[in-house]
Design a protein around this ligand. Structure first.
Ligand code: ADP
Ligand code: MG
Length: 679
């Protein structure tokens, strides 16, 4: 059988009741097959003796033999008599005290003079080794000695003991035998373990080396299936290269710009236009902050409106939506395009009028937040949906929106580059267009790391920029759920800055200001009537003010790389030299040092994303389980890049020779890939 054939709910297994089943379910284990691939998070290797002499000062786990030297008692809470056993570790000769809470019977079970195998978790108390969590046994097996014990993630009422028992009794069933999931030729080629053996080695390894081999074998199989799936999805559809021309309005807009589009922008436009002409698009437009994605989106929107289609442009926040709406009005209304702005805040009569216009096709481009896809919003002919900063939207939202049109084309834009190693996996069948090239004349932002105690020079440097008529942002981290203290921080920082820069107009902007107020402040900033903004990280995404050249980030050590990169991307948006100051407080953790260094050394969002992946792991790139591929159990997208490359190569070879996977040795691949559970 294949693992997935064990599709019964775990509750059907002996020893698993409703409560345990719920606990398993909370960890994603619902079927028996899930339990089979519910792999340990760690192992307790008891194959070798660990005596008290082997422990570090702070203690740890011992696997050794002790002889009982004395019994005594003491009282806790005046009522409970606790047995205390003194024992000698025969491997090190050191003494150990065992506290037997609620286990008075042990006095007769373990008499003075007898010897036992022991596994104990030990700490030092007042200079001597003590334990209250231990197992004594007459045989090695009784205490797990000589074996490697799996340690599983736990939840609810589950204990290690239960999980171990549930899994081992399942594997002990003589009808349970797993067929290999990949061709035997590949198993031989890479010297892998068969599926059945690998599964068993994962749950109860004969050695840690065998476990490593088992994991590699299972990981390879997962990756091979994933790569096959991806390659097959890519391969179908057989896209014919057809020249697709920019329409007159698109050309008119491009000609009206004070600059030329970059080669990458043109290339991406071309790719998008082809999709639009074909009437099917699931495309990601990725490009670093400030690379000119939004402009590409507007031009491509004209391609759709020219044919009478409607376009919806969705931004993650109201602030950004409004900025985009204003930008679109400036750029597109002169061309006769009817632009509308819709958020949850648009209410009453205005809303009714707007909804009617959308429904009757009197609006060409609707710009807004996810309110664009509320229940009461209907479109006459929605055929193109553009999503800015797509990583901020959940999968469900994206799906809700796709249901508004007759299968609209979807363009997602992201300034959070996905590391190349992950892009294919995260985006699955989506096509990707990338803008690597920055608009000409852009200079790398110079980044300084500043100890907050030495901030004077930084203030001077920013002051010089003010004299040149350039603007600045001062950012404080937004710390969720911490009430008003955050606001106090920005407020007091603003007071300090006002003293530093007397007479320089500035404003405080934070998430709790009303939207209108935020917009007014940003408008004044854009017009140069304000020289600097002090803010919580509301400026993080999308805000586009070319004259701003300084970004000061306070408590930079608290931000992740992606956020730092996004924030820094608010400057360097013209041909002016820009600066970023990363101000840190106190002693930095190694990880923080690493992050800040990465920021200083590169401006390249892709490199930053790769580093971020190395430092943090892939979880955050994935969001919540976005697709079946991400349900990898044994493989790690971070650490198994080499294995992934092998798998990709093998997958390519298999599909070249046998695109339909009809060869005898490929039958199981075909079956597994056809399983809807995988998608
Ligand atoms: P993104 O959405 O990728 O962060 P934007 O589209 O907001 O970037 O563009 C950033 C700024 O650069 C905008 O002010 C835009 O007008 C300008 N811009 C876009 N393309 C070019 C280009 N080819 N040359 C010069 N400036 C450009
Ligand atoms: Mg943008």
């Amino acid at each position: 059988m294949f693992i997935r054939d064990l599709s019964n709910p775990v509750e059907r297994l002996k020893g698993i009741g409703k409560v345990s089943a719920a606990a398993y379910a909370s960890m994603g284990v619902e079927r028996v097959s899930d339990l089979i691939t519910f792999f340990p998070r760690a192992y307790d290797d008891r194959t070798e003796v660990t005596s008290l002499a082997d422990l570090p000062e702070e203690g740890g786990t011992i696997n050794t033999v002790v002889s009982i030297t004395a019994h005594s008692h003491y009282m806790v809470a005046k009522r409970e008599r606790v047995l205390k056993i003194t024992a000698k570790d025969l491997h090190s000769g050191r003494m150990l005290t065992l506290h037997c809470f609620g286990r008075a019977f042990m006095e007769s079970a373990y008499p003075v003079g007898t010897s036992w195998f022991i596994n104990a978790s030990v700490t030092k108390y007042k200079g001597s080794w003590t334990s209250s969590s231990f197992t004594l046994g007459a045989k090695e097996e009784d205490v797990g000695l000589g074996s490697i014990l799996p340690i599983y993630p736990l939840s609810g009422n589950l204990t290690q003991k239960t999980v171990r028992k549930n899994i081992s009794s399942l594997l002990a069933d003589r009808f349970v035998h797993f067929d290999d999931e990949i061709p035997s030729a590949l198993i031989r080629k890479h010297g892998l373990m068969g599926t059945d053996e690998a599964i068993r080695q994962m749950h109860s390894p004969s050695s840690m080396a065998a476990q490593a081999k088992a994991r590699e074998s299972l990981a390879y199989a997962e990756l091979l299936l994933m790569e096959l799936d991806l390659l097959r999805q890519k391969g179908t559809g057989n896209k014919k290269e057809q020249k697709s021309k920019a329409g007159p309005l698109e050309r008119k807009l491009m000609d009206s710009l004070p600059f030329k589009l970059t080669g990458d922008q043109l290339k991406c436009l071309d790719e998008i236009r082809q999709d639009l002409d074909r009437g099917q698009m699931q495309r990601l437009l990725q490009g670093d902050v400030g690379s000119g994605k939004t402009l590409v989106a507007w031009i491509s929107a004209l391609h759709v409106t020219a044919k009478g289609g409607q376009v919806a442009f969705m931004a993650p926040t109201e602030l950004l939506a409004r900025q985009h709406a204003e930008g679109a009005a400036r750029l597109l209304e002169p061309l006769g395009i009817r632009v509308a702005f819709l958020t949850g805040d648009v209410k009453g009569k205005g809303r009714g009028y707007l909804l009617k216009a959308l429904k009757e096709g009197q609006v060409d481009i609707a710009i807004g937040t996810h309110a664009l896809f509320s229940k009461d919003v209907n479109y006459k002919s929605l055929s193109y949906v553009i999503i800015d900063e797509q990583h901020r939207f959940g999968v469900e939202q994206r799906e809700a929106l796709s249901q508004k049109g007759v299968k609209p084309s979807v363009l997602m834009m992201s300034a959070t580059p996905i590391p190349r190693t992950l892009a294919m996996t995260v985006y699955g069948s989506m096509d990707v267009s990338t803008i690597n090239e920055k608009p000409s004349g852009r200079k790398d932002i110079i980044t300084h790391i500043v100890d907050e105690r030495n901030r004077e020079r930084m203030y001077q440097a920013v002051g010089v920029e003010f004299q040149r008529g350039h603007q600045a942002y001062f950012v404080y981290p937004r710390i969720d759920d911490e009430g008003d203290s955050n606001l106090k921080d920005v407020t007091s920082m603003h007071a300090v800055l006002k003293e530093k820069y007397p007479g320089v107009p500035s404003a405080l902007i934070h998430s709790r200001l009303p939207e209108d107020e935020k917009m007014r402040i940003l408008d004044e900033f854009r017009e140069g009537r304000l020289m600097y903004l002090v803010s919580t990280s509301v400026v993080e995404v999308g805000i586009d003010i070319p004259q701003a050249t300084c970004m000061v980030i306070e408590h930079a050590e608290r931000f992740g790389l992606a956020a730092l990169h996004q924030l820094r991307g608010r400057v360097g948006r013209s041909d002016l030299q820009s600066y970023c100051f990363l101000v840190y407080y106190g002693k930095l953790t190694d990880e923080a040092v690493e992050r800040l260094k990465v920021m200083r050394e590169t401006n390249d969002g892709f490199i930053i994303a790769e580093k971020d992946l190395q430092i943090r792991g892939p979880g955050d790139f994935m969001g919540s389980r976005q697709s079946g591929f991400l349900r990898l159990k044994a493989a790690s997208l971070v650490n198994d890049t080499e294995l992934m490359a092998k798998a990709r190569e093998d997958a390519g070879e298999i599909l070249r020779e046998d695109p339909g996977l009809i060869g005898l040795d490929h039958g199981m691949l075909r079956t597994l890939l056809a399983d809807p559970e995988r998608h």
